[in-house]
Design a protein around this ligand. Structure first.
Ligand code: CTP
Length: 401
């Protein structure tokens, strides 16, 4: 999680900067938006204010801009200065050290890395002056997100449109990413619900969306791990660099996990695996009648408990389980930690509307043999990062023993 100063220049792509700010936040970053005077003619500063929950500076001489501590300290606190869209004018000003507004002054004052996503007309982008300015900035370490090809707002077709928000977000995130701390490691993550079929039409499922598990897989991949995501039914996109095995039932998830867990360095059981499944799946569709219908359910195999029981005393892997609780989560999670022989149990309280199933945020307690660690409400990407920090620390400890 880092503070990103997002400079927005005046161009039709300015509206995409809103999506970029949102995307960066989703990845756990804090965003402070700075708009040039012309940018605010394309998008209202209030939009950025509402999204970033910070005051947006549009004018260096605006009241408060020079007394507001948050803004004065931006030059030292920002971990990245991202400019999207970056106009030919802003590229020229950065290249020549002109400081005539807040953004250009910030560029000179900060020592944070600089990333620019240019957007302009094809001929402008191709102009020697612009190319020379970009070359000057490159020699100073400024990085650029290549503009896209296509239909430009000016009616031309060619290179010059602002890169897709996701590309800009990924480029920014890659700069901020800690070094590949899980390089050469194999991380297995389960995610989502399982569906236990009753007949050919109906099943027993649960409300898990898979968001937490997918966030964990994405973060592990970002840290350089080889990642296998064993996913129950979920419509979420597979994160870049992650291999996926899709399963439906608890039994299928058991087979997929047990086949790979032996060689995994870290196994994270984020899936909400069904505890019960119909003893027999009916063929076709069960016809209704006036009589009550009972389902005969049997326990599924507990994958997490089996992993704990079979890994042996000299284990050099780390096993992380989850516990969705509705009463005293840490106490019940500690009982699970011992019974299932896991290293970390991530406990969340399903009574909270802003955490757990289907929410974009989570608030958890990490329960380990050493104690409980309360993690306050935050985006799931941020929680995923913390869980992996703790798993990595344990991995180093078991390797040293
Ligand atoms: N789990 C598993 N296999 C199962 C059931 C659960 O591996 N058949 C894992 C889940 O992936 C999760 C943890 O065990 O990591 C959850 O433990 P569980 O005992 O099922 O607890 P809850 O579902 O949280 O709640 P309850 O105790 O009420 O069942």
């Amino acid at each position: 999680m880092a503070l990103i100063a997002l400079g927005v220049c005046g161009g039709i792509g300015a509206y995409k900067a809103v999506e970029i700010a949102r995307g960066l936040q989703k990845r756990g970053h804090d965003v402070a938006a700075i708009m040039t005077r012309s940018a605010s003619r394309f998008v209202g500063p209030v939009t950025f204010e509402a999204i970033t929950h910070r005051r947006v500076i549009t004018d260096q001489f605006a009241e408060g801009a020079n007394s507001d501590i948050e803004h004065i300290s931006l030059a030292t606190d920002a971990a990245l200065l991202l400019v999207a869209p970056a106009t030919a004018n802003m590229i020229a000003k950065f290249a020549h050290g002109i400081a005539d507004d807040f953004l250009t002054s910030l560029y000179l004052a900060t020592r944070a890395p600089v990333l620019m996503a240019p957007a302009m007309n094809t001929n402008m982008l191709d102009h020697e002056a612009v190319r020379a300015n970009m070359a000057t900035l490159r020699t100073r370490g400024t990085r650029f997100v290549d503009p896209g090809d296509g239909y430009l707002a000016c009616g031309w077709v060619g290179k010059g449109r602002l890169a897709e928000p996701e590309e800009v977000i990924e480029a920014a995130d890659a700069i901020l990413r800690p070094s590949a701390t899980l390089k050469d490691r194999f991380v297995l993550v389960t995610a989502g619900p399982t569906f236990e079929d009753i007949d050919d039409v109906r099943y027993i499922g649960n409300r898990s969306s898979g968001k937490m598990g997918y966030a964990l897989a994405a973060e592990a991949a970002r840290r350089g791990a080889r990642v296998l995501l064993v996913s129950g039914p979920s419509s979420l996109p597979v994160p870049p660099g992650v291999d996926v095995v899709r399963v439906r039932s608890a039994d299928e998830m058991h087979t997929a996990v047990m086949g790979q867990a032996g060689v995994a360095d870290v196994v994270i059981m984020a899936a909400a695996v069904a505890d019960y499944t119909p003893r027999r799946r009916a063929g076709g569709k069960i016809e209704k009648s006036d009589a009550p219908l009972s389902l005969d359910l049997v326990r599924t195999r507990d994958i997490l408990a089996e992993l704990g029981a079979t890994r042996g005393a000299s284990a050099n892997s780390v096993i992380v389980g989850f516990a969705a609780e509705s009463g005293d989560p840490p106490v019940r999670a500690r009982e699970k930690l011992l019974r299932k022989k896991a290293d970390i149990i991530v406990a969340n309280d399903i009574r909270r509307a802003d955490a757990g199933f289907d929410a974009d945020t989570n608030a958890v307690t990490l329960v380990t043999p050493e104690g409980d660690e309360d993690v306050p409400l935050g985006p799931k990407a941020q929680i995923a990062s913390l869980i992996l920090d703790r798993a990595e620390a344990r991995l180093h400890r078991v390797a040293a023993n």
